[in-house]
Design a protein around this ligand. Structure first.
Ligand code: 6PG
Length: 255
């Protein structure tokens, strides 16, 4: 079911598996379109648990063999302050579910280094890498073809958590910050980079996310202040929410 809204496309699928399948279809379509149009596709992938099934499905031979991986570049929207071989590392999760199983050239995969001693310097380096490799849009900002995002129950996305100093950042494209609610450092895309993208797509499933999905999609101005994900609004891009019925159950019909 596609419910078009001025601000976002909302796609509701009957379950988490169907939502994952729809996301795979979406990602495969973007990759094919951008390779046809521009000769390459620049993706920024999400961590967390929800997208794991998407990555596994993208790695399935029937899907993977239809993708020209030599023309795909993969970045990460955020990373935890742990080494790449740590079970909590987002790059490790994406490598194990997808990257280790497809012929993407190693130099096309750009892990986000969030476990070093000088995270501010590492964030600047990752930002410089993105500026070097991701083609810019009319606003001279790197314009990802697709940024895939998840949504936390507190309204965070990437590692833009409520009340953290990266939220008002409007100059830096990548920031490192201590996140008090989890007691850990994180590195993350900031809103200027996210909102410069050609497409930003949230994949959200599960009844526990229903309240925050409804708040993020509501027209309530307070939501934008309280919930970082409500500030995702690509200026010249397409915003899509792919949900399962559980996560969509609280959306106000006339939102
Ligand atoms: C991360 C993600 C984060 C995630 C949400 C939802 O590094 O964990 O970038 O923003 O998308 O926390 O996580 P789940 O998919 O596990 O619910």
């Amino acid at each position: 079911m596609l419910v078009a809204r001025p601000a976002a496309n909302i796609i509701v699928e009957p379950g988490a598996d169907a939502a994952a399948d729809r996301t795979v279809e979406h990602v495969v379509g973007v990759i094919a379109e951008r390779i046809a149009e521009a000769g390459a596709c620049h993706l920024a992938l999400s961590g967390g648990t929800t997208p794991c099934e998407v990555y596994r499905r993208l790695a399935a031979p029937a899907v993977a063999e239809g993708i020209d991986w030599a023309k795909v570049r993969v970045f990460f929207g955020d990373e935890r302050d742990v080494p790449q071989d740590h079970v909590e590392n987002n790059y490790r999760m994406v490598a194990k579910t997808l990257l280790d199983h497809v012929p993407i050239p190693l130099p096309h995969v750009h892990p986000m280094p969030a476990d070093g001693m000088d995270l501010a310097a590492a964030a600047k380096e990752y930002e410089d890498l993105i500026r070097r490799l991701v083609p810019a849009g009319d606003d001279d900002l790197p314009r990802f073809d697709l940024i895939l995002l998840g949504l936390g129950a507190d309204g965070h996305t990437a590692s833009l958590f409520p009340g953290t100093h990266a939220l008002p950042e409007r100059r830096r494209l990548v920031a490192a910050q201590f996140v008090p609610v989890i007691g850990r450092n994180r590195m993350t895309f900031t809103f200027p980079l996210i909102n410069a993208a050609r497409r930003v797509t949230f994949l959200v499933t599960g009844a526990d996310k229903a309240p925050v999905v409804a708040s993020v999609l509501s027209s309530d101005a307070g939501a934008k202040v309280r919930l970082p994900a409500a500030q995702v609004a690509p200026a010249n891009g397409e915003l899509t929410f792919i949900l399962d019925t559980d996560a969509a159950r609280r959306i106000d019909a006339d939102a």
